[in-house]
Write a protein that binds this ligand. Structure first.
Ligand SMILES: C[S@@+](CC[C@H](N)C(=O)[O-])C[C@H]1O[C@@H](n2cnc3c(N)ncnc32)[C@H](O)[C@@H]1O
Length: 256
């Protein structure tokens, strides 16, 4: 008998993470682009890969470090910019992942080319991007409500949302970067909410863009925004509450 501390239980996987894990399963070393606070990165390490995450945000990398420590896994975390040549040698990784980050790149094809360079021949790449806005009323409706009530300036955030959000466009970018066996598909789910007020509260808690909008609201403005969100989400009523669609584009590819 040993007294080894039990491994902490994993939290439910964020949207798209299960699909990304499956796409690179068995890769011994994985690079995670725009790893942020490490939600995918830690899940990859829990799956047994030797994982390197990179991001431009030192604060997010610090969050990822804490998440890894809590999960009892080791990560290599690097501050780097996907718009620059990546600070990794050729063929350094068996797998590459990117969740909700590639659409921010100044030139996604150039970034994908760099990702291909750091993959071994035959190495797998898996990219998840938010699908186009009409597939994502969970985000589009509240931002449109902010625009309608508070004006364009307050709604001018997350402009990259939906870029490469059509599976054909996303696949084309991967092919243009020299990757092969490119397949792209939509992954859909519905977010259950009691009502629009609950949806707004959860966005204002979990999403930095909406948190900043919410923090600046008067009670009157908040009420107006939530009423507008409710009107825009009315088509998604289900039972006593809402079931709000959201969707990702998942692309898988292989380095020739
Ligand atoms: C929406 S978050 C996704 C984070 C993480 N992949 C996840 O699934 O939770 C986008 C991330 O891309 C990072 N990012 C933005 N521009 C970047 C760049 N030029 N190079 C690398 N990372 C970047 C941001 O700091 C942020 O952590």
């Amino acid at each position: 008998m040993t007294d080894a501390a039990p491994t902490p239980a994993a939290a439910p996987l964020p949207f798209g993470v299960a699909e990304l894990l499956a796409a690179v399963a068995g890769s011994r070393s994985v690079l995670d682009l725009g790893c942020g606070s490490g939600r995918l990165t830690v899940a990859l390490a829990r799956d047994g890969a030797d994982v390197t995450g990179f991001d431009t945000s030192g604060a997010r990398l610090e969050d990822a470090r804490e998440r890894a420590a809590e999960a009892g896994v080791r990560l290599t975390l690097v501050e780097a910019d996907m718009d620059d040549p990546l600070p990794f040698p050729d063929a350094a990784f068996d797998g590459v992942t990117s969740r909700l980050a590639l659409m921010i790149a100044a030139d996604p094809v150039a970034t994908l080319r760099e990702l291909g360079r750091v993959l071994v021949p035959g190495g797998r790449l898996a990219t998840a991007l938010w699908a186009a806005l009409p597939e994502n009323p969970w985000f589009d409706a509240p931002r449109a409500a902010v625009r309608a009530v508070l004006g364009e300036e307050r709604a001018s955030f997350a402009r990259a949302f939906g870029t490469l959000g059509d599976p054909e466009d996303a696949a084309r970018a991967h092919v243009a970067a020299g990757l092969e066996a490119v397949e792209a598909r939509l992954v859909r789910e519905r977010v259950p909410r009691a009502d629009a007020a609950e949806h707004w509260r959860s966005l204002a808690t979990e999403n930095g863009h909406f948190r900043r909008v919410d923090e600046a609201l008067t009670e009157t403005d908040r009420h107006a925004v939530v009423s507008e969100v409710a009107a825009r989400l009315a088509p998604f009523a289900e039972g006593d509450g809402l079931a709000i669609p959201r969707a990702l584009v998942l692309v898988t590819a292989v380095r020739p």
